[in-house]
Design a protein around this ligand. Structure first.
Ligand code: MEV
Length: 453
């Protein structure tokens, strides 16, 4: 089967995906070849919390917190089709991602890449006697330190093509008369996220650094600002109306220049990233820290996405570190992480990082397109109607009428709340009760007439 026809099949299988029942979605995903009948069994058994599983991850366990797991449809990244698993509680994220990905799939493309492949471990010397002497001693012993780390804690990594690559020394300003030094250890973690490995390496190097410099190491830990391993995603959309391009570019400039807007813009970007990290068992706090600190790298917090018109096309770029792994940690232990990774068919951490970056950029486009056209309330609220109806306590029978009434309020006021839903529900029930009692009364009267009493 040619790649083109496989893409075509996936495109057709995603058509109308959101309207299907859960079982029909399982069938489609199996036809795409992204899940197996065994995966379906796992997914169906997820209603029962597995407390024993949580004991493997954390301490003082009292339960199991579950989150909805959905699929973002229509993503074609680097010419490969993906069904993207997303674990998330916020309404409209998956719908917006799928809708925007479809728009891009039909009118453009998504590509990804990376710059650099090493993560950073830090070794702090809080009070160094003389910074320049310390620096020259570390640089003299640099290769020896690298070799030691690569022959012990990073030995397995070296076998897989990774390991410690470089060491640098930086000076940190202190508010007093002392000098502070920090040694940066750069390590290629291969397919692991690398946090545990790099922490092992920096702790291992501590006594050797103390020995060759005569200084005291005060702490050793990885850095989440991984500016030495950056993920890039690029979206191109052709044939976009120029007025819309202008609005999206202006929204982008707003987020690039204003930290207040940048924070919300980047939250929207992470709406597309965090759910994939959670589904695949990756450390989303680490990625959040990396993305936000990278966003402030020039001293001002800015957007991690940028949209411009290039040769008549709308072009967007995402650039930030996305520190993820496809082996080790929770990715290995949690059955749903395993399932999600299988579903994505990813083999490398850079492919997974690219998918995250792409989903973040697509989510951002969906958000700013909505914000600069219909506004967030309408799009968001329409999808929210069902949740409000359930939240108010509506039964399945009451649902269609509830939704109709809430939509009417939404069109009139551009806003709906849970108290609107509760009021509508109590009105509906009161009306139903009145109708029932008048029907009963009528029936009783008819009965009386028939009996000739
Ligand atoms: C809401 O979860 C995310 C947005 O606020 C993002 C944005 O403003 O770009 C809609």
């Amino acid at each position: 089967m040619s790649e083109r026809s496989q893409d075509q099949i996936i495109k057709e299988l995603f058509s109308g995906f959101s309207k299907l029942t859960r079982n029909e979605r399982f069938d489609r995903l199996m036809k795409m070849g992204v899940i197996t009948p065994d995966d379906v069994k796992v997914l169906k058994s997820q209603t029962k919390p597995e407390v024993a599983l949580s004991e493997k991850f954390i301490e003082n366990v009292i339960g199991y917190y579950q989150m909805p797991l959905g699929v973002a449809a229509n993503f074609v990244i680097n010419k490969k089709s993906y069904a993207i698993p997303m674990a998330v509680e916020e309404t409209s994220i998956i719908a917006a991602a799928s809708k925007t990905a479809k728009w891009i799939r039909d009118n453009g493309e998504i590509t990804t890449g990376s710059i650099g492949d090493v993560i950073i471990g830090q070794i702090q010397i809080a009070k160094v006697s003389d910074f320049e002497t310390f620096k020259s001693k570390i640089l003299e012993n640099k290769q020896g330190l690298i070799d030691r780390a690569n022959s012990e804690p990073a030995a397995n990594l070296v076998k897989r093509g990774g390991g410690v690559r470089d060491i640098e020394v930086r000076k940190i300003r202190r508010p007093d008369e002392y000098e502070m030094a920090v040694v940066h250890v750069y390590m290629d973690p291969c397919e692991a996220m690398g946090a545990n490995l790099v922490n092992q390496v920096v702790e291992f190097l501590k006594p050797f650094i103390e020995l060759c410099t005569g200084e005291t190491v005060t702490m050793c830990i990885l850095s989440n600002l991984v500016d030495s391993k950056i993920t890039i995603a690029k979206v191109t959309v052709r044939g976009v109306e120029s007025a819309l391009v202008d609005k999206i570019v202006e929204a982008s400039i707003f987020a690039e220049e204003d930290p207040y807007r940048a924070a919300t813009n980047n939250k929207g970007v992470l709406n597309g990233i965090d759910p994939i990290l959670i589904a695949t068992g990756n450390d989303w706090r680490a990625v959040e820290a990396g993305v936000h600190s990278y966003a402030a790298r020039d001293g001002q917090y800015r957007s991690v996405t940028k949209w411009r018109q290039v040769n008549g096309d709308l072009v967007g770029i995402f650039e930030a570190p996305i520190m993820v792994g496809v082996v080790g940690g929770v990715t290995k232990l949690h059955p749903l992480s395993q399932l999600s990774l299988r579903m994505l068919g990813v083999e490398t951490s850079s492919e997974l990082a690219g998918i995250c970056a792409a989903a973040g950029l697509v989510q951002n486009l969906g958000a700013i397109k909505a914000l600069t056209t219909v506004g967030i309330i309408e799009g968001h609220m329409r999808l929210h109607i069902q949740n409000l109806s359930i939240g108010a306590g509506a039964s399945e029978l009451e649902m269609p009428l509830m939704q109709k009434k809430l939509e009417e309020i939404l069109s009139l006021k551009s806003r709906i709340t849970l108290s609107n839903a509760k009021e509508i529900l109590s009105d509906l029930r009161r009306q139903a009760k009145q109708k029932l009692s008048s029907t009963l009364k009528q029936k009783k009267e008819e009965g009386v007439e028939q009996n000739g009493v």
